[in-house]
Each structure stands twice: as structure tokens, then as C-alpha cells.
Design a protein around this ligand. Sequence first.
Ligand code: B3K
Ligand code: ZN
Length: 884
Amino acid sequence: PKTIYLKDYSAPDYFIEKTELEFDLFEADTLVRSKLTIARNTAKPAAPLVLNGQNVELVSVAINGEVLSASDYTVDDVSLTISNLPDTFIFECVTKIQPQDNTSLEGLYKSRTMFCTQCEAEGFRKITYYLDRPDVMSVFTTKVIADKQKFPVLLSNGNEVGAGELDGGRHWVEWNDPFKKPAYLFALVAGDLINVDSHFTTQSGREILLRIFIEPKDKNKCDYAMQALKNAMRWDEDVYGREYDLDIFMIVAVDDFNMGAMENKGLNIFNTSCVLASPETTTDAGYQRVEGVVAHEYFHNWSGNRVTCRDWFQLSLKEGFTVFRDEEFSADMGSPTVKRVEDVSMLRSMQFAEDAGPMAHPVQPSSFIEISNFYTLTVYEKGAEVVRMIRTLIGAEQFRKGSDLYFERHDGQAVTIEDFVAAMADASGRDFSLFMNWYKQAGTPKLSAKGDYNAANKTFSLTLSQSCPPTPESQTKQPFHIPVAVALLGKEGALKLSLQGDVQASISADQQEAVLELTSSSQTFVFENVDEPPVPSLLRGFSAPVKLAYNYSREELGRIITLETDGFCRWDASQQYALLVIADVMAALVNEPAPAVDESLIEAYRTVLTNDALDPAMIALMLSLPSEDYIGDQQAIVDVDTIHHARNRVVRKIALSLHAEFLACYNKIHQELSAAPYSPDATSIAKRSLKNKALAYLVETGKPEAIELCKAQFEQSDNMTDTMAALTALVHSPKAAIADLKAACLAQAYGKWKEESLAVNQWFAVQATSPVPGALAVVESLMQHEAFDIRNPNKLRAVIGGFAMRNSINFHDRSGSGYAFLADQIIKLDSQNPQVASRLLTPLTRWKKYDEKRQQLMRDALQRILDKPGLSPDVYEVVTKSMV
Ligand code: B3K
Ligand code: ZN
């Protein structure tokens, strides 16, 4: 496999003005007829036409109506080349493909009985020969022909322009998409589907038909997605001034899908898990995911489709920006603080690990072997953080001006991240040259802060310094442009801020927050008229994706927890507090089996738990100890067992000490919620999250009454959130005495959900993620279960992903059995679905973070994968880069 470099980018040799496709779908072979109107890029006079094509059989090819003979062109595994062509011409070809055998779920494939496509990034070349690159944009007309009875619904992008009947029970439908688009946004669906319809009137008064296609059994499960879609359409008009452009917007739900969803123009294709929702099968988190993903794909219509990427190194141009947009949308639909805490928590536990691992890459990567490997937390989530920092630096108003300018300037074009930042710079008059390092350098910067209060001068000096560890693409780093939002907390609350001298910083209208801009390796900012020694609350709202190092005492953290009004900092202070306490227990575990737990944490938790003024969701988040992954991230070598035991010890201590408070909290909320049927609104979700946090702590005590309470919730619940919370608490409980109860509940749950594939996935996941010893044997038996399907990515993610990525204590078992198991699965999946295989492989690549013995076992597993003959480029890239 060969490496592709951003620096080698060159404009295409030819452009495709018009693309006319005809698909003849049959059970054995599918014929694709393609007619392309092609024009030479006049800057490249002599270049031959090289079209991409992979796993397609070429039946015939013609230029300007003349059929070519085999000597007129050359074909290899990945391309079709024709030389000596005129400046403009019509290229025609017929290819034959077998979608029913396409297990990679890329290109045209079958999901259950339905034909569907996934073309991003480079799947279109598995359908027909084409210039499969995003800077080649074309108008598409697509005719789909199939058996009418089996495939009554035939869809493609844009508007339906014709339909008719054919002999032999076949029929056809023709679609035209008037907007130029790259091939990665092409889509086709053929199936026996029903549709649920609704309408949306745009800000300019146009009426849009909204249509969701599903299997008949899921008819009652798309109301929530439909509402989310309408909310997203309105929000994009209100917040970004973006209106929808076609007359119809379609979503199709499919079972077998490599990711969450895909933003194909006018015809989004969704993983069923991101569109279907019902109280009985979907948790609150599931509802929120549906809302977020529906919005995300919709927002791509502008940030991605109308303005697209020049090449795949620019992926974050559309993904980072669109994630930022969907995060803000979800924040507006629910609780902004809770949303921010959830996003940051994910970023810190997962993206930071990626940035510290062997696959670390800049938000704008400079090279890759397989682009599918770069749909990462860095490109998406860190990319969104970078866009967020731009907004923090220039303010919401200028940011909107910048986005307007960007969309206006580049509508219909394929552009770069630099173009996006230039629009922001031009609209705001700010200089973003240093800021570009966020896009060009990988790694999570470390931000160290030191405060110094001078009582005589009434000044508080804050010294900020930055450094960034080396990453594969560069050993040394230039400084980042870091916006640090700060408040100074006095004994009574936030102090009014005023800065000495002419420094790069801004102060909010209420004078309670300063955004300090750190642009070199170290700078000191001096606050004046500070009447008392303050506690600095740093990185408010998580103003930059950095690791903050400030030596807070427990008292100082306590002040932030009680007085800070910024929800993120308040939550983070509770996390840092808990980290200190857990670290003590970890250190003490070396000498004693049952060390004490700092009581002050319990008291802090008690205050939070009984604070009626706080949002229940915030209470739940503040009472959640840092995850094992996040604790591990703080260590040079992850001590899997000690982290697990120390954290559990603290959990148990909290559970026992606050038992009465948790019970009261549980009962109170349980009663409030029982008054009304399930609803996934923000207030109810918040209450359920606290109630179920309380339940989890109650079950931790192991008291028979608590087990009874949990069992009662499992049996009586009318919604998946409460059912899964109860089932998880039971199944994950280490209490051996309840083994029979666990088995009975699991059996009962399966009996109920048998026909509900998405619920069964959660049933798989709760077992695969159980920290109780013996999870590997359970996972192996789940893979033999009647409901398991090795071709379905959701099932693979639930069972194999659940075990390898969300069950550290079992996956990292000293014996190496978890590693060997994962290697076996990757070897098997590599030929079937390289994208999924490569993704599931991630935990093995982090071997440097473990002790020597585990390192060796993990490397052995990687080596075994590498030895597999004919390894896919996807898995090859990840394994080779991680073994360096
Ligand atoms: N753009 C798609 C992701 C495609 C991934 C291809 N391997 C979904 C999204 O980000 O909206
Ligand atoms: Zn996206």
C-alpha cells in the first residue's frame, strides 16, 4: 500500500460536466451504464484520462459513441486509462458488479433485502469507473431499474423526473440532482419500504416534503427523527441563515451500515440506530444520538455538500465544522452545560488518547495510506473544538459574518481548511496565521498555569506556559494560539476583572470572565485591583482542547465546586477532586489492601447531591467519578488493576456513606417521574439520569433492599432508559449471590426484545462490557448466539467493541486472552469488512501505555495480524504505524 501526501495535491486532469447513470439491478449481477460528459482541464494538455475503478468488471467502453477495442485502453485493479483524447468528449461504459456479495458495505451493497450505497470516501469507484475525487463535481441523472414486486421503492439524489413499467415485472424510476456534487455524495436505494411523511416551510416560504423510509415493522419509530429534522432545519435558518435547497429531503434507515449515517445530497442514508427511536427500545442517550445525528447530516447540506472538500486531507473542513454545528444545536435543544460536559468528557477520554497514540495526526493530516482510517475523533471532535476556538476568539457575531462569507464565497466549490479560516479572518480582521498550528500539528498541548497573589499591590499574576509532546509527524512543536477563559473566584464568588498593560485578551461585559490569548511558550497576565487572594477558575467552558496543569488544593477545588457559575469548570473541579482522592487510594493500595477514602470527598458529594438549585443532570455528572480511561490517561504506564480497584473502592465508600441520601433522591424522582408517561425531553432526561445514578450507587452497597429496588425498576419500567439502567446495575454487580437473578433478568429481557434488533444490541453490549471476571467467555458465547450476525457492524461493535473498548479490566487480563481474542476477530473480519476491522483494532495499538508483559502480549497479537496474507490497506496502515 502506498502513502498519499497533501503536498502532492494537483488539480484533476479532466472535469465531468454531466453524469448519466443507469442501474439494472438483479439478484445475481447488477449492470451499471454510465455516460459522462467530460472536458479536459486545459492546464493539463497531454494528460491521459485515468478513471478509478475497483472490483468492477468492465463490459464495454466507448468514446463519442465509438466502442473501443481492448488495445485502445488499459485496465488494472484500480483504474482504466485512455490516452489521446479530444478536449471534450462523451465517455460511456458498462460495468458489472455483485452487490449481494459486497460485505465491505462500501459502494453498492445489500442490507437485508434492500440495495443501498455508501460512497464516502472512495466507494463510488466500486460501482463504476469515475474520477472519484471530491474536486470533480458533476450534475447527476440516475435511472434505477428493478423487479417491481421486490423493490417497489427506487431512490436516488435530487428530484424524481420520470417513472415507468417494463416487461418481466420490472419498473424504473429516474432522478435528477440539479446541484453539482462529487461522487462521494451519490446515493441509490432499492427496497420494499414504507415512508412516513411530513412538511417543512422554509424561511422564504418554500414547502419541502420530508420523507423517512423504513421497514414496515418500524413504522411507529420515526416521529422523533422527523421532529429533530424539522428542528434542525429551523435552527440552521435561525443561527446560520441556511435554507434547504431541494423540494424533497429523504432519509432511509438501513440495518447494516459502517457508521452512523451519510449526508448524500437529498437522500441521507442512516444506520437504523441513529434514526429509529421508541420508548421501549431506545434509551435517553439513544434519543439524543438520533437528534444529534439527524441534525449533523442535515447541516452537511451546506457545510459539506454546497461547499465541499477539495481533497480528503480537508475532511475536517466539513466534519469539524459540522460537528461544531450539531453540538451547538443539541445544546440549544437541551441543556448547554450538560451537553458541553458530555462532549468534553468524551474528548478527554478518547480523543486525547488518540492524540497520544501511534495513529496521532493533525486535524488536517498531511499523509495517509487509507482515508477511511482518518474519520477520527481528531478530525471530527478536535476539529469541532478548533472551530469553537475561532468563535471564542472573534465572538459570535463576527463568527456568523465569517460563516456567511465562507458560504457565499465558496458555494458550489471544493475548498480547503485554509479557505474556511481565511473567510473567518477576512470577516473579523483577525490574524489566524499562528492559529493554523491547531490544524497542522498533532498532539494535545499541556497548559501549565501558576498564580501569584501580591497582597501589597493587590495584583494576581497568572503565568501560562505551553508545551506539546512529540507525535509521529513531528518531534518538535511550534506554539499554539490558545484562548484561556478565566474567572477569579473570591470567597463570595467571581471578582471583577481588570488587566494590567496592553495584553492580548478580552474581558466580558459583566467583567467576570477574561479570555487570555497565549501565543508563545510562556506569558504572564497581571490582574489588578484584586482585593483578596483568588482561586483562578481556568479554561471556562473548556475554551481550548488542552491538558491543564494547575496545582489546586482540595480547598481550592471545593471553592470552584460551590461558587463557580460556569458549569464545565464546576464539573471539572469535582473530577479533579475525585482524581486526587483516587490517586491517594491507588498509592495506598501498594501497602494495604483496604485503604481509607478521604471523607472530604464524601462531604463535597453530599453537598452537591442535596443542592436543589442544581440541574439534576449536572448533579449526576458531578457525582460520576472519572472513568478508568481518563484516570489511565493521567499515568505514563496504565496500571489497569490498581485503577479498577481503587476507583471501585471509592465508589463503594460513596455508596455506603451517602446511602440514605441516594435512597431519598431515588424515591423522590421516581415518584415525580411516575406521574407522567415516558418523554425524552431535557427535564425528564435530567431527572432520569440522576435517579439512575442514585440507583447505581444503591446497588453498589450490595444491600438486599437495593437489589430488590433495582429488580423492581427492571420489571416495572415503561422505558428503555430505566430498564437498561437497572439491568446494567445488576449485570455489572460483582455480587456473586445474585448470579441467578442476573441470568433471569437477561433471559427475560431477551425474550422481550428478540424481534427488536436495536434492543438486542444493547442486550449484547451490557454483557460484553461487564467488569465481572469471565467476560471473555461470555463474549465468545454471545458470538454464537442466534441473534448475533457477524456481517452486521452494530452487532460487532456491541459485542467485540464493547469488550475491547469498554471493558478494560477484562480486555487487559494479564493472561493476554483478550488480546489474542481480538487479534483472531480482526484477522477474520479483515477480509470481510476492512473498515470495521481497522476500527475495532484500536485498543491493541495503545500497547505503549501498558506494562512490559502486556506490551509483549499486545505486540504478539499485532504481529499475528500483520502476518495475515493479503491484509487490507486499512488494517495494514494501523498495524504498521502502531508497531513502530
Ligand atoms: N460523512 C459520513 C462519514 C463517512 C465515513 C466514510 N468512511 C458521516 C458524517 O460524518 O456525517
Ligand atoms: Zn459528518
